[in-house]
Write a protein that binds this ligand. Structure first.
Ligand SMILES: Cc1cc2nc3c(=O)[nH]c(=O)nc-3n(C[C@H](O)[C@H](O)[C@H](O)COP(=O)(O)OP(=O)(O)OC[C@H]3O[C@@H](n4cnc5c(N)ncnc54)[C@H](O)[C@@H]3O)c2cc1C
Length: 317
């Protein structure tokens, strides 16, 4: 609705699937399947920005030999349920090790009548990637009994994981997939954006947020260079190298790697966590990841706006 309001009611066309694109020196023509009318439609313009996700048609056309996304062995099961607040009531909990873990955080206020709040959870198990996973079951609801036996004794006095999962109305299954960094995101007048460009393990909560950063950097490049291939080249120059490195870094578990360090040092058994890993070590580990992912709070807060307020785009070609 915001895009329609700002760019005009004809600026959003739904239910059209990109099939292919062709370009000349002056323009690009995209062919879409109109899913409502069983026909194809072509649209010509100065640029094409393909934000068509993990299975991007534009990326497939650019790199036809790339094949399907890569599964490294981890499967995530996600859901929400009502639970009692933990610690501050806004605390993020990460339990387990690199092969099996449970992530849990609140996504709603505490109901004063019940003392409960809506909480999000992710249960994760790692398998041998060679065994494969039933692709048909990816990204759909599943019976939690698939994974709950592995968490059967994860009932702590402050968090009863089997009970929490048992209260979820739906549990969704996601394979943890990514792709090798693409050699380029830009093909003259065509650019990939978001997961189409750089799908990564979401271990640093940074897939959707990176897509938003992409959009702002691309927007700033378009304001500076107009609707030209130079704008796409500037977008790529600004982000491609760093984000490709981040895709590879996230394969090493990102910020979650700290669990591996603790597990290695004490097998998860300790009286005082500060004796296992001093707070300064945790902070410097997290600071390194945040800097690499562009999340460093002070740097972000001190940075100028990517897109100047009120910036508008004047088409030049
Ligand atoms: C389990 C899990 C947890 C995650 N957690 C986080 C997190 O905490 N924080 C975070 O920032 N990110 C997280 N992510 C990543 C995040 O979901 C993605 O990075 C984000 O959705 C990418 O946005 P996108 O717009 O690029 O792609 P998508 O959200 O995939 O959108 C692509 C769109 O393109 C459409 N499309 C597909 N093919 C075509 C075509 N041929 N033509 C036209 N349209 C097409 C699709 O229908 C879809 O609407 C997580 C991902 C997973 C799987």
């Amino acid at each position: 609705d915001a895009v329609r309001e700002r760019c005009g009611s004809d600026s959003v066309i739904e239910a059209h699937r990109l099939l292919t694109y062709e370009q000349t020196a002056d323009s690009v023509t995209a062919t879409f399947e109109d899913r409502g009318a069983d026909r194809t439609v072509t649209v010509e313009g100065p640029l094409l920005v393909a934000a068509d996700g993990l299975h991007s048609a534009a990326r497939r056309q650019r790199f036809p030999d790339e094949g399907p996304p890569l599964w490294g062995g981890a499967v995530l099961w996600r859901g929400t349920a009502l639970g009692r607040p933990i610690r501050t009531g806004a605390s993020f909990t990460l339990v387990g090790n690199l092969e099996q873990r449970f992530v849990h955080y609140p996504i709603g206020p505490v109901d004063p009548a019940t003392g409960l709040q809506r909480q999000n959870f992710i249960a994760e198990l790692t398998f041998d990637p060679a065994q494969g996973w039933d692709a048909a079951s990816w990204n759909q609801t599943v019976d939690p009994e698939i994974f709950l036996p592995a968490f059967a004794d994860w009932d702590f006095d402050w968090l009863d994981i089997p009970a929490l999962v048992g209260r979820a109305k739906q549990v969704w299954e996601y394979p943890m997939v990514d792709r090798d960094p693409a050699p380029t995101w830009v093909d003259s007048r065509v650019a990939l954006l978001g997961d189409a460009a750089h799908v990564m393990y979401p271990v640093g909560s940074n897939g959707a947020s990176q897509a938003i950063v992409d959009a702002r950097v691309l927007g700033a490049s378009l304001v500076e260079h107009g609707l030209t291939p130079d704008a796409l080249a500037a977008y790529q120059d600004r982000l491609h190298e760093d984000i490709s490195a981040l895709v590879l870094r996230n394969r090493e578990a990102g910020p979650v790697a700290i669990l591996g360090t603790v597990d290695e040092r004490c097998g998860g058994v300790f009286e005082d966590i500060d004796d296992v890993i001093p707070r300064a070590e945790v902070e410097s580990f997290m600071a390194r990841y945040k800097a690499a992912a562009g999340f460093a709070i002070e740097t972000l807060n001190a940075a100028p706006r990517t897109l100047p307020e009120g910036a508008t785009l004047t088409p030049r070609s």
